[in-house]
Design a protein around this ligand. Sequence first.
Ligand code: MCF
Ligand code: FE
Length: 402
Amino acid sequence: MQIIKAPYILTPDKIIKDSQIAFEKRVVEIGKNLEEKYPKATVTEYKECAVMPGFCNPHLHLEFSANRATLSYGDFLIWLRSVIAHRESLVPKCDRECLQNSVKEIIKSGTTTIGAISSFGEDLETLVRAPLNVAYFSEIIGSNPAAADVLYSDFLERFYRAKKYESERFKSCVAVHSPYSVHYILAKKALEVAKKHDALTSTHFMESRAEREWLDRGEGDFKDFFKEFLNQSAPANRPMEFLQLFEGLKTLFVHAVWANEEELEIISRQKAFVIHCPVSNRLLGNGVLDLDRLKRFDIPYSLATDGLSSNYSLNMFEELKAALFIHPQKPIVPFAKELIVKSTSFATDMGFNSGILKEGMDADMQVVEIPQDLSVEEEIYLHIILHTTRPKSVYLKGVKYE
Ligand code: MCF
Ligand code: FE
């Protein structure tokens, strides 16, 4: 048994002052005078700190972690063309050591749960061995029906290979890349596999203006792209039919910046989630997600970094800062709290016993420093976002990460 004493414990939505948390692999109790109750426990006191759950980063692409400045930013199609031009050299450049360093950086920056989109299965061993919670999304992609059988069997092989490693902290999940890049039948078959295994699903949905124009009218920047690369003249899906494929599943719709009201209605009815990646959206020229519109449709959202293919960092503190500044109309104090609450407790929404500090939940926690001069208690969430670049310590299932 261990006990941490700290001036603040954020559960995350409640602020508990001058208290203690007793834990083994799981949280045993939060309260005062726990040392007397558990005299054999090892006690650590953190002065001027807050204990809170680790972050959940539900959408990243670890295999693209070698990118710093290879890929072009500013416009979605320019970026996509640069991915295609460099993919074959960029992905192998992130070898085992690069993957492990990325995971280390993710944990050191306070993240204890991730949703990893795996395009090739190269990151499987690293993520199976890593000590954090992983929703491992094997990705299916391909709009050419002639290649569908090969792509589907390759997807199945990766999904079932990951399935062998399932545990309470590792789940094999399904990612359908997007409505413009996956043939309807291929998407349908992959999602039937997800249904059969009750697996979480994820898809990039309505990320760019180009995607909107192409799927609605077969026009825009994607028109030349599909002609050039795939000799394809019509979109692979109608957005509403694509969305209906996710009926009965638990889905993370990533980006959704350009989703229309009809589509949000379906996402809401499916009790699905929207994953907001503000830095990625900015770098790829995709605009800003309207969070108030999501609220009107009663759609829950959470924050993610996306991969280093469209971000300079996998640190959630950076993403939270960006979110604060990219939504200037949001009242900053309650919005800062909303950002911290969502990006920690989302681990629970993803089906892990993590993301909230209470009895019985896994002790996946981070300890962050609190400015000594904090005068208004409710502003603690804002000051954590503003003043933290890295937590002081991170605990995974009760074990301190060194
Ligand atoms: O989320 C970003 C932007 N949107 C789409 N895809 C990706 C992102 N970051 C990496 N990707 C991957 C995706 O998984 O890049 C490839 C796919 O394998 C793009 S399609 C050639
Ligand atoms: Fe992505």
